[in-house]
Design a protein around this ligand. Structure first.
Ligand code: AMP
Length: 306
């Protein structure tokens, strides 16, 4: 991968064959919009939607189109302090080129002296994490609907050689129709090579990433398996008090299904086929979509309305 980097967040260009399909998909209006330079004056700022590590997120309306968006405001000083500018650039490059109903759109960005602004699709129903905390765990219908929609989004990403590497409830938002949106591409990579970098929260990491050996797109299958377990049981499968115990449980694939809440054997079968130590043996995502538990439980619309 070769990246042309500009010091001041001018759009960087990915010069990798296979990642250029977005250019053909873009309409002339979208292409023109992409070239356009945004400023804060283009938006009416509304209520705060939340607070992240590096700044705040506000509801906003683009004045000319009346389009409602979420405006994420990041402080350059904090980004520099934490040395995450490169990570943010990569996130912007990758997310802005993805177009899928279950991936949060990144429409554009701009900056001033102190801040960087990301123009994001507004996810009206907020964080999935909070929903999960509220209901403790999800029904099989709801879990299967979410897992199927995420599998479709990840098939799309992997087709563009993008690995997400950080699938977990905190990185998922819910749209107005109840559809899931993958929202954080901070750890994602665009790659043709197998990767060795260590990243993400321990609970969701597969053995090959915990052990820092080479990994590929099948890391996302593992994380989706962990997520599926957490949807159904309310806790991730390898949770432990100490980091070292979580590490050991992941490496040994110490997978246990507690008696409560009651979960069908079909769901357990699917999870067991995803949480496999040998990454080449994990159930491919297109096969996941054909698994009986998904076929019988997932709403074909991909949305959960409660
Ligand atoms: P973040 O900095 O991405 O962690 O965002 C902080 C919080 O803002 C999140 O936890 C959400 O509650 C909210 N938020 C972020 N992005 C959006 C969005 N696109 N739509 C709605 N709420 C959002």
């Amino acid at each position: 991968m070769s990246e042309i980097e500009h010091r001041d967040f001018t759009l960087t260009v990915l010069r990798v064959s296979g990642f250029h399909t977005w250019e053909h998909e873009a309409t002339p209006e979208a292409a023109a919009a992409q070239k356009r330079r945004w400023t804060l004056n283009d938006f009416d700022i509304g209520k705060p939607l939340g607070r992240g590590k590096f700044g705040h997120v506000y509801l906003a309306r683009e004045k000319r189109s009346n389009h409602i968006v979420a405006l994420k405001v990041l402080f350059k000083s904090q980004l520099q302090q934490s040395q995450v500018e490169h990570q943010l650039r990569r996130e912007v490059e990758i997310q802005s080129h993805l177009r899928h109903p279950n991936i949060l759109r990144l429409y554009g960005y701009f900056y001033d002296q102190k801040r960087v602004y990301l123009i994001l699709e507004y996810a009206a129903k907020g964080e999935l994490y909070k929903e999960l905390q509220k209901s403790k765990y999800f029904s099989e219908r709801r879990a299967a609907t979410y897992v199927a929609s995420l599998a479709r989004a990840l098939i799309y990403c992997h087709g563009k050689h993008v690995i997400h590497r950080d699938i977990k409830p905190e990185n998922l938002l819910v749209g107005a129709q109840g559809e899931l949106k993958i929202a954080d591409f901070g750890w994602s990579v665009h790659t043709f090579n197998r990767r060795r970098t260590m990243c993400g929260t321990l609970d969701y990491l597969p053995p090959e990433m915990v052990e820092s050996v080479e990994h590929d797109a099948s890391v996302d299958i593992w994380s989706l398996g962990v997520l599926c377990y957490e949807f159904l049981y309310g806790v991730p499968p390898f949770e432990a008090k100490e980091h070292s115990d979580t590490y050991r449980r992941i490496v040994q694939v110490d997978l246990k299904f507690p008696p409560k809440p009651a979960v069908s054997s079909a769901a357990k079968d699917l999870i067991s086929q995803m949480l496999v130590k040998d990454s080449a043996q994990r159930l491919p995502l297109h096969k996941l979509l054909e698994h009986p538990w998904i076929v019988q439980n997932a709403d074909p619309s991909g949305t959960y309305r409660g």
